[in-house]
Design a protein around this ligand. Structure first.
Ligand code: BGC
Length: 709
C-alpha cells in the first residue's frame, strides 16, 4: 500500500461515524446563512461549493480549529474563474475547441488554476467531457464539441493545466471530469433525461475522453444527472465500480452532481424515502454527495440500523482523504489568497489570444478581409452590442445566484466596439440595431435597411442569447428568432453584400443566412475579447485558423448529425434535406490555401507522413487532421474517426512534412464482448484540412493479427 493510502487509513481510524458521514457532504454556500455555514464547517463536512476568498478562509479556520479534516472548496470555473466578477473570462469550451490548440488550452487552464487558488479555492468542476452531438441540448456550449478524440486531448490538456505535475503546488488546483457519463446523449437532447444505449456504446464513444483525463491524473469525477436505459448514472455500479474504478483505474473520488439524492426520489423515482435514496447512492460508488446535506443523518441512521455497512462509508471517506492528502491540504489548508492575479493583464492577453484562434471562417466569396479604405460599413443586429453572449454561461451573472440582467463589468469588447477600434480612421463604421433578440416584432428594420442601402457592406450580427442557453434550457427549434430572420431577409433585399457574424453558444440552423451572405464567421461564445478578435479577422489583421468542433445541421430534424456516424442508412439521405450537415466538423477557411501531397503510411511502424504547403499569399495556420476507417469490422464502425491532429504555421510558399506515429490501439474498436480490440484487416487513413471527403487524401494499410487490449 502506498504511503498516502496508509496516511488516509490512519486519519480514517480516528474518525467517528458522524464525522465520516459529514466528510461525504459537499454543501452549497450560496443557499446558507453565515451561521449555518459555520456550523457545517464545525462538524467537518468534506467540502463547500461556490464560496470565495475571505469567506472560504473563515470556514477553513473553523474546521481546522475544531480539529476537523481540512475543507475542500470547489467552484464552477469552467472557462476561466468567472463566477468571480473580476476573473478572466476565456472562450467557452466549444469555442476553445475550435482552436485545435492543445498547448493554448492547457495555458488557459493553468491561468484559471492560478486565479481559483488565489481566491482561496482548491478545485474546479471542469473539464466537461460530455460530447455535444445534438444542438437542441441546452449545454452543448459547455462541451468540446462532437468528437471524442478532440474532447479527450483538450480535456487532458485542461487537467494538466489545472493540476500540473503536483496538485499541492502553489497555483495548482484539482480537476473534475464531468458529467460521467452519457449526459449529452439523452433522447431528444433533454437535459438530465434518459439516454437509450448499450454499455458497448458507452465504452466505445463516451468513455475515451474520461480515460484520457484519468491517464493525466484527474483527481475527481462528477456523475451525470441523467440515466442510461433506465438506470440513473449515479446509482449504476457497473459504470462507477466496474468501468471507472476497474477498467479505467480511477483512483480519485467521485462527486455526485447537484442534489442527486433528491432527483432519485422525486424526478427519477427509483427510491421512495431519503434513506433508500441515500443507501442507493452510497452503495453504488459515489463518494461525495453534492448539495444534499440530509444525506449525512440518513447514512448514520442506516449504519446504526444495520441497513448500510460502515465499510461503504469508510471506502468513500478514504477516497476523499487520499485526494485531500495529494492536494497538500493537511500541510497547508489555505490557498494563496492574493487577488492581484485574478483578472490580471497577462491573463486578459491570454484570453484575447485564445479568442483570436477560435474565430472560424465558414464562408467567404472573396469579400473578406475588408480592405478597401474609405468603405462604409453598416453594422446591423443586436448581437453587435452583446456582452453576456461573448461571455457565455457559467459566469457571475448566471451562477450561483442568477442575475442575468446584470451588466458585466469591464474589461470586455463587443463586436461593435471591436469593429470601430480596428477600423480606426480607415473605414466608416455605422450601427443600427435593427431588432431585439427576443422580440417577435421588428422595430428597427426600416432604419437598418436604409442604412444598408447606403453602405458598401453590411456586417450582420446574430445568434442566441444567454436566456436560451444552459441547464433547463433545451430547444426544440434551433432556428433564428423571427425578429432576426425578418431583419436578415430585409437586408438581403437591399443587394448590399452581407458579412454575417454569429455570436451564439452553439450551432443554429442558419441555411438561409448562409445562402444570403457573402461571408459567414463565428467563434460561438468567444470570451471577453471576442469582439476585437472577430473584427481583426474581418479586417484581415489576423488570418483565421479556427476549425469547427461541431457540425451545423441544415435542419433541426437532422439531429443528431455528427461526422463520425455509422454507415448503413438505407436511404443514405432525407428526401427533403441533404444528408450531410451545412458545415461539418473540422471545417474552417483561411485567407491563404494549403495543399497536401506525398501522403505515405509505413505499415511496419504505423507512421503517417504528409507534406503540407502554403500555396497562398500570406502566412497562415492549418490544422492537419488525420482520420481512419476500419474497412470491415465485427461491429459497425464510423465512416471516419479522428485519431490525430497538429496545428502548424506556414509562411506563404513554405512547405513542411508532418509526421504522425500511431499504435494499434489507435485503430481499435469495442467488440460485442465489450473488449477493446484492433481487428486484423484493412484500414484507410485519411489526412487533410477538414473531415469532408473532398478535403482528405487517403492511404490504406493492413493490420495482420488481432490485438486485444
Ligand atoms: C451542474 C454541474 C455543476 C454543478 C455545481 C450542476 O447542476 O450540472 O455541471 O458543476 O451544478 O454547480
Amino acid at each position: 500500500m502506498d504511503e498516502i493510502k496508509q496516511r488516509a487509513r490512519e486519519i480514517l481510524s480516528t474518525m467517528s461515524l458522524e464525522e465520516k458521514a459529514a466528510q461525504l457532504l459537499q454543501v452549497s454556500y450560496a443557499g446558507l446563512t453565515r451561521v449555518q455555514a459555520e456550523e457545517y464547517a464545525r462538524i467537518g463536512v468534506g467540502s463547500f461549493l461556490h464560496v470565495f476568498g475571505e469567506d472560504a478562509r473563515h470556514l477553513q479556520e473553523i474546521a481546522v480549529s475544531n480539529k476537523k479534516v481540512p475543507l475542500l472548496f470547489g467552484i464552477d470555473a469552467v472557462h476561466g474563474h468567472c463566477l468571480n466578477r473580476k476573473g478572466t473570462v476565456f472562450p467557452s469550451q466549444l469555442s476553445m475547441a475550435c482552436t485545435f490548440d492543445i498547448a493554448l488550452v492547457e495555458e488557459a487552464a493553468s491561468a484559471t488554476a492560478k486565479e481559483v487558488s488565489a481566491d482561496g479555492l482548491h478545485w474546479a468542476f471542469s473539464p466537461v467531457l460530455c460530447l455535444g452531438r445534438d444542438i437542441r441540448w441546452g449545454r452543448v456550449g459547455e462541451t468540446f464539441g462532437e468528437d471524442k478524440y478532440l474532447a479527450g486531448e483538450l480535456g487532458a490538456a485542461m487537467v494538466r493545466g489545472y493540476q500540473g505535475k503536483d496538485c499541492s503546488e502553489k497555483g495548482k488546483i484539482l480537476a473534475c471530469a464531468k458529467h460521467y457519463i452519457g449526459y449529452g446523449e439523452a433522447t431528444g437532447a433533454r437535459d438530465s433525461y434518459d439516454a437509450e444505449m448499450t454499455y458497448r456504446k458507452v465504452k466505445s464513444e463516451l468513455l475515451p475522453p474520461f480515460e484520457r483525463a484519468v491517464e493525466e491524473g484527474c483527481a475527481t469525477v462528477m456523475t451525470s444527472q441523467g440515466s442510461i436505459s433506465g438506470t440513473p448514472c449515479t446509482v449504476d455500479e457497473k459504470l462507477l465500480k466496474d468501468i471507472l474504478r476497474g477498467d479505467v483505474n480511477f483512483d480519485g473520488f467521485v462527486v455526485t452532481d447537484w442534489r442527486i439524492v433528491g432527483s432519485l426520489l422525486f424526478a427519477q423515482r427509483v427510491a421512495s424515502t431519503f434513506e433508500e435514496a441515500s443507501k442507493l447512492v452510497a452503495e453504488s460508488g459515489s463518494d461525495m454527495i453534492m448539495a444534499w446535506p440530509e444525506f449525512a443523518a440518513a447514512a448514520v441512521a442506516l449504519v446504526k440500523e444495520g441497513e448500510l455497512s460502515e465499510q461503504v462509508l469508510d471506502e468513500a471517506v478514504e477516497h476523499i482523504l487520499v485526494v485531500k492528502l495529494k492536494a497538500g491540504l493537511f500541510e497547508n489548508p489555505y490557498k494563496e489568497q492574493s487577488s492581484d492575479i485574478i483578472g490580471c493583464v497577462e491573463h486578459q492577453e491570454l484570453s484575447k489570444k485564445l479568442s483570436r484562434e477560435c474565430v472560424t471562417l465558414l464562408k467567404n466569396d472573396g469579400i473578406l478581409p475588408l480592405s478597401k479604405k474609405g468603405m462604409k460599413i453598416a453594422v446591423v443586429g443586436a448581437q453587435a452590442e452583446a456582452v453576456r453572449d461573448m461571455y457565455g454561461d457559467w459566469t457571475y451573472f448566471s451562477h450561483p445566484r442568477p442575475n442575468i440582467d446584470a451588466m458585466p463589468e469591464r474589461p470586455y469588447c463587443t463586436l461593435l466596439e471591436g469593429l470601430r477600434e480596428v477600423a480606426g480612421e480607415d473605414f466608416e463604421v455605422v450601427y443600427e440595431k435593427g431588432c431585439n433578440m427576443r422580440s417577435e416584432f421588428d422595430g428597427g428594420v426600416e432604419k437598418a435597411v436604409l442604412l444598408a442601402k447606403h453602405s458598401d457592406v453590411v456586417v450582420f450580427a446574430f445568434g442566441d442569447t444567454i436566456y436560451e442557453v444552459g441547464e433547463h434550457k433545451d430547444r426544440a427549434k434551433a432556428e433564428l428568432t423571427l425578429s432576426q430572420k425578418k431583419l436578415f431577409e430585409a437586408l438581403t433585399e437591399t443587394g448590399t453584400p452581407i458579412v454575417s457574424v454569429m455570436i451564439a453558444s452553439k450551432p443554429l440552423c442558419i441555411s438561409e443566412v448562409d445562402e444570403g451572405s457573402a461571408a459567414l464567421l463565428t467563434a460561438f461564445n468567444p470570451g471577453a475579447y471576442g469582439g476585437v478578435a472577430l473584427a481583426e479577422v474581418i479586417f484581415g489583421k489576423i488570418n483565421p485558423s479556427g476549425k469547427l468542433s461541431i457540425s451545423f445541421p441544415y435542419h433541426v430534424g437532422q439531429q443528431p448529425t455528427y461526422y463520425n456516424h455509422l454507415p448503413g442508412w438505407h436511404a443514405d439521405s432525407y428526401v427533403d434535406t441533404p444528408k450531410e450537415p451545412l458545415y461539418v466538423f473540422g471545417e474552417g477557411l483561411s485567407y491563404t490555401r494549403f495543399e497536401y501531397t506525398d501522403e505515405f503510411f509505413d505499415e511496419d511502424t504505423l507512421t503517417l507522413r504528409v507534406k503540407v504547403k502554403n500555396v497562398g499569399e500570406r502566412t497562415g495556420k492549418e490544422t492537419v487532421q488525420v482520420y481512419f476507417r476500419d474497412l470491415v469490422s465485427s461491429v459497425i464502425t464510423p465512416v471516419k474517426q479522428l485519431i490525430a491532429f497538429e496545428k502548424i504555421q506556414l509562411e506563404a510558399g513554405e512547405e513542411k512534412e508532418v509526421t504522425f506515429l500511431f499504435s494499434a490501439k489507435d485503430f481499435s474498436l469495442i467488440d460485442r464482448k465489450e473488449r477493446r480490440i484492433a481487428e486484423k484487416g484493412e484500414f484507410e487513413v485519411m489526412v487533410g484540412g477538414s473531415s469532408k471527403d473532398e478535403d482528405l487524401r487517403k492511404v490504406r494499410f493492413t493490420i495482420k493479427e488481432d490485438v486485444v487490449f
